[in-house]
Design a protein around this ligand. Structure first.
Ligand SMILES: [Zn+2]
Ligand SMILES: [Zn+2]
Length: 278
């Protein structure tokens, strides 16, 4: 576990490193936002209580287990309205896992043995948490600091980002980074993601935002990254993948692609072949 000094990222912001994912504690004068609750490798609620005694507002960037597994420690969690969990196969991500697991068990009944691990690693813990939907444009008042919710769908249907208008800084979760796993939202085409990326970039650029931070990578990006990544992903085809794998329960192959970028070092993605269809 590693904690940045407060001045290292931005004044009043602590990055909490949680295995492969970062949570952000963003403090105002009166209240603080915890953006994501992580893998639940440690008790995030206890940990954060040592960092701040301000009233805590817990927000998920999206409903994947690496960002939401610590939710069960909290009474209330805010999340993008299209990622509001039902903990059934109505949730896009849970349906994908269920499709793959069901088809795999049909083909290989002995795979039943790994089911407890699937539950532990791939599913988000339910608990008694109340989920509160956030809408695009909602403002979170922290006292002397306001964060604005901005939708950036693609990685999941309800992925949200938080804008900090005073610092012109964006917390992007998994919505945009060096490696976007598009396969987690199989019904979203790469072209639709690219259109969202272009729209998002234009809007935040017009508002004067300059930098953003994803949840997994140790780099702060210039916002031009999201524009250039969108252009790259829009040109992906199944043929451009360096690896293609058949996966039981899914209608097309899982594709892995990567390309160096002169300006941004690297772009990578994992997607289903059918997501390249227009
Ligand atoms: Zn994710
Ligand atoms: Zn993630």
């Amino acid at each position: 576990m590693f904690r940045y000094g407060k001045a290292k990222l931005i004044e009043g912001v602590t990055r909490i490193k949680d295995g492969i994912v970062n949570e952000f504690l963003i403090e105002g004068r009166d209240r603080a936002v915890l953006f994501d609750t992580g893998l639940d490798l440690f008790n995030i609620r206890d940990y954060v209580s040592k960092l701040t005694d301000k009233e805590l507002i817990v927000v998920n960037s999206h409903f994947h287990p690496d960002h939401a597994n610590g939710n069960h420690h909290f009474d209330k969690v805010h999340i993008g309205e299209k990622d509001l969990p039902t903990f059934t196969t109505q949730d896009v991500y849970f349906k994908l896992v269920d499709d793959i697991v069901t088809a795999t068990l049909k083909k290989h009944p002995r795979a039943q043995k790994i089911m407890p691990w699937v539950d532990k690693l791939l599913m988000t813990k339910k608990g008694n948490t109340e989920y509160i939907p956030l809408k695009d444009g909602d403002e979170i008042d922290l006292g002397g600091k306001t964060l604005i919710v901005k939708d950036f769908p693609g990685h999941t249907p309800g992925s949200i980002t938080l804008l900090d208008p005073a610092m012109k800084f964006i917390y992007a979760g998994d919505a945009s980074d060096i490696d976007i796993w598009m396969f987690t939202n199989p019904e979203c085409s790469l072209h639709d993601y690219a259109e969202e990326g272009r729209r998002y970039y234009k809007e935040v650029k017009a508002l004067g935002y300059t930098r953003y931070r994803g949840a997994h990578m140790p780099l702060t990006h210039k916002i031009s990254f999201m524009r250039d990544y969108a252009e790259w992903i829009d040109r992906l085809t199944p043929q451009k993948a360096f690896l293609k794998l058949p996966v039981p329960g899914v209608r097309s192959k899982l594709c892995f692609a990567a390309a160096p970028s002169l300006r941004h070092i690297l772009f990578t993605s994992v997607y289903w072949a059918h997501q390249c269809d227009r």
